[in-house]
Ligand binder design. Structure first.
Ligand SMILES: *Cc1c(COP(=O)(O)O)cnc(C)c1O
Length: 406
């Protein structure tokens, strides 16, 4: 990527590797529903989805119908679930593109039923049971009532039942274990209403790495698939980071002691030093708050971010780095020499969570996809894999529209 101001290196082999780790941590034959909301956490949803399909994943999870349709228009044909909910205006497009919908109200069930009849296609829903997240989903007893109602309605297909963990530490927290128990209790009762509940899913990344919900037939990893895991998740260290973020030095300046740098002159050189300017700012996804304590790697060495991060530029102190030159690569996320900066480090400096750092990557950041030649993971049912091999559901890679040139 010589000649770029800022670029993200997306390691598709690391993605496939992480999907395989996730498969091995879940029940045999588990269906991986890869969560690709928010442009696949900043990694580029269309490209990630194509590669994940080639790798053999069974479904995709998105945040909005628009994200689902973007994938459909890009030729992705495997099941896609809008994980949360949609507004009324989105329903028609979802049904006509066979997008699965989370369901948690009786009204929506009626609405879907009428619409599906009019359109002459099924409405596929995943009944969302609230076991403690609180934002969406029906409490278990209401979900059971809705389940009875659905069983009497042939136009609505129950594609699955789901719940979502509020406990960010999953099974390491009593609250997470209580959620899993509540879900299991719900399932027992639900199965007395109908045997076939469709896909059963609870586990997000935290669940998968702490053993909550990994016994069901489907898991919904997001963050972990992208190789980001909090330090206390067992086996989290097995994951490989998928995203790298790099820029290059565009300007070097020797500054005398006391010279101010950046907006509001929040930083002044204590001694004479050399300052490097990088053409990456918060519009590209480098958090404004990362200036406090944040570092980048230049020539394998740490260089502190100084002054304020601005919209398009960031300044770093390179006074201690020998032979530093304009054009040197600056690594904001990733490995340089023997040192590595992780998404989690950037999040810690910025006092936020890795999720926010990853999905804040701006539109100006060119995504460069690396690897991806050897992708099949034995994660899905053999029949599916065989079919995928014989007739790829995704168009061949060269049919994917080229990435926009900056
Ligand atoms: C975002 C999301 C996930 C994925 O969460 P991670 O923590 O990134 O693994 C799974 N399920 C639902 C309902 C979500 O909204």
């Amino acid at each position: 990527m010589e000649g770029m101001r800022v670029w993200a290196e997306i390691d598709l082999d690391a993605l496939a590797f992480n999907l395989d780790v996730i498969r091995r941590m879940s029940a045999p034959g588990v269906r991986i529903m890869l969560v690709v909301k928010a442009d696949a956490y900043g990694h580029g949803a269309v490209a990630i989805a194509h590669h994940a399909v080639r790798a053999g994943i069974g479904a995709l999870g998105v945040g909005t119908s628009q994200e689902a349709l973007e994938l459909r228009h890009a030729g992705i044909r495997i099941p896609i679930l809008v994980l949360g909910t949609v507004i009324d205006e989105e329903l028609r497009a979802c049904l006509s593109h066979d997008v699965h919908l989370g369901l948690h109200t009786f009204d929506r069930a009626e609405q879907l039923s009428r619409l599906a009849q009019r359109m002459g296609c099924p409405a596929r829903v995943h009944l969302n049971v609230d076991t403690g997240m609180g934002r969406l989903g029906l409490p278990p007893h209401r979900a059971l009532e809705l389940l009875r109602r659905l069983s009497a309605d042939p136009t609505i297909e129950l594609a699955g039942v789901m719940s979502h963990l509020a406990a960010t530490e999953g099974g390491l927290e009593p609250a997470g274990r209580a959620q899993a128990q509540a879900f299991e209790a719900f399932l027992t009762e639900a199965r007395s209403i109908r045997q076939d509940l469709g896909w059963v899913h609870l586990a997000n990344s935290a669940g998968i790495f702490t053993g909550l919900g990994t016994q069901y037939d489907t898991v919904r990893p997001g963050l972990a698939a992208y190789g980001v895991a909090p330090a206390n998740w067992p086996h989290g260290e097995a994951l490989r980071p998928v995203m790298g973020l790099r820029s290059q030095i565009v300007f070097l300046k020797d500054m005398p002691a006391g010279a101010p740098i950046g907006y509001a002159s929040t930083w002044r050189a204590k001694t004479a030093t050399r300052i490097a300017t990088l053409p990456i700012g918060y519009a590209d996804g480098l958090p404004w708050r990362a200036a406090r304590g944040g570092e980048v790697l230049v020539r394998g060495q740490r260089a502190p971010i100084i002054g304020r991060v601005s919209m398009d530029y960031t300044t770093v102190d390179v006074g201690h780095i020998r032979d530093v030159a304009v054009g040197d690569v600056a690594t904001l996320i990733g490995k340089d020499g023997t040192d590595t900066i992780r998404v989690g480090d950037l999040a810690t400096w910025a006092e936020t969570i890795p999720y926010e750092v990853a999905c804040s990557l701006g539109r100006r950041v060119r995504r460069q996809y690396l690897g991806g030649e050897d992708l099949l993971i034995p994660s899905q049912a053999p029949a599916d894999l065989e079919r995928a091999r014989k007739s790829p559901i995704a168009p061949p890679l060269d049919a994917i529209p080229p990435l926009p040139r900056p």
